[in-house]
Design a binder for this molecule. Sequence first.
Ligand code: WT7
Length: 650
Amino acid sequence: MSDEALENLLAEDRTFPPPAEFAAAANLSDPSVYERARRDPEGFWAAEADTLHWFKAWDRVLDWELPFAQWFVGAETNMSYNCLDRHVNSGGGDKVAYHWEGEPGDTRTITYAQLLEDVCRCANALRELGVGTGDRVAIYMPMIPETVVTMLACARIGAPHTLVFAGFSADALADRMHDSGAKLLVTADGQNRRGQQVSLKPNADAAFASATECNYMLVVRRTGQDIAWNDEVDFWWHDVVDRQEPQCPPVRLDSEHMLYLLYTSGTTAKPKGIKHTTGGYMVGVAATHRWVFDIKDDDVYWCAADVGWVTGHSYIVYGPLCNHTTGVMYEGTPDFPDKDRWWSIVERYGVTILYCAPTAIRTFMKWGDTYPGAHDLSSLRLLGSVGEPINPEAWIWYRDVIGSGRTPVVDTWWQTETGAIMVSPLPGLTTTKPGSATYALPGIDADVVDDEGRSVPDGSGGYLVLRSPWPAMLRGIYGDDERYAETYWRRFPGMYFAGDGAKKDDDGYLWVLGRVDDVMNVSGHRISTTEVESALVSHDAVAEAAVVGRDDETTGQAIAAFVVLRAGVVGDDALLAELRDHVASVIGPIAKPKSIVFTEDLPKTRSGKIMRRLLRDISENRKLGDVTTLANADIVNEIADRASAAAPED
Ligand code: WT7
């Protein structure tokens, strides 16, 4: 038996100091920044806020009545002014804001000056359709420029937006529209996915029918496919937006004015409307984007997330535009027309910074090195990862194959709720270790605690918490203060608990070990799924792995593994035995999977996170839980068939 909140099993001794040339030119290269922020956090954030535009200065930096924070109290600002007018007014209007590419190959280049005009036209159109300051607008859109235009137009007039990822169903959209009380729905006829035109308007119609507060739909023609149309409520974007004046004064908004709601789906419970406000969020995303991605004037930055997730909000739209960055935006899937689409984009636009999710990296790893190998990726100078723990082997592959063994890799930990990156290397300062998000950023007070909320010593595991408020933090769950306090602030009094397990290694580096709900208990040892998965992925034959704890008479839980092999590898009994021994030798016999099932794919949410809950259901022969939020529902039945055919090992 062990009394540790979470075992520390996997050891990693590879280290990567920042390349000297990179460090010499980096935006943050003086380590005293951490100490400066620690001594005076409010002064530190106020200095960051000073780099942005405020119509009226703040009276106080922070009002903190746990768990409710207000930042830059009494100040007035406007996010769209900071993203657009500020740059255009100082002569930066001709710089490209986005190189956009549609999946069929159509492209658009949009400068800051053009974006400002489009945003003003859209803001005027929103007003014409009855949207005023404070009204909510739902956005159910593909990855097209109009999506960003709508977000910024909302920000311009102070109408909080709520984006619903375009892969979600009509019911999911209806729930979110209802909970937010959206007055307008902005959508498109359809979108391009893997060579197909996938319709959106029918889902929008179905959701609209049950969303009583919503008056109209504004519809972008993207695919030109046939759609149902109701003249009383439906308006084409090109009819209403294009004829508007290209000027619209930004509304002076209170720093704590709601900027947006973004719903995170708990696996079972009703989705939570995470509320973000204006001033603090703006400071948080602008600063972290500049530090972590080391943004320079000539960078071509590509965050390949979908704009419907928080990564898109903070690091495709608001952070990059605040920093006058040139970005890349791509509409479609990575395997259309072939599996090298991303690398073709990197080559053609000369992308210097790439930010994506471990699930994408592991998929590319599974497809093999020839696809990236066919392109010149030498423009890349920095790589980022977000969304899940990145297995050390995937990290090394990313750095070696995509980054030619030269680029720093930043593994960034954060959440919809935190609004901005919390734990990450600074690429010019931090010596990285593959798989570790390293340290909290300056001004962020992260720690790992035990069951009683005591800070654990180096070398131990526990719960990842944030001890002090930060500017981009959520301001609550929309309409439910009690649920907000209960969900995030009660487990450890006075601390924000994020739901993730983590460990500090012997050097004090932080390793995020996944959701604590996924932790396995084998003979009294609490073992993180991440460490066992990373041990599996460290074998040459393996591209991706998921493990879960399944009921076991002797050990409480036994480890059941699901493994995706690299292209060309055959999964036979010999490999099965070899993988079990491999795990035992990498982290110890306690972590040896009892059973292993080979599969083509793993069940994932639409944002690419592995859904271990369903694998637990399969392993314990239960009726499958809710699969509606799954991106690839078919794979679950396939895995269930294989699992019942595979006899468990000893
Ligand atoms: C959860 C938040 C933050 C933008 C995308 C996801 C997991 C996120 C990491 C990382 C290990 C990570 C955590 C977190 N996660 N980044 N670098 N290492 N885990 O936003 O959908 O709100 O998910 O994603 O479990 O709590 P989200």
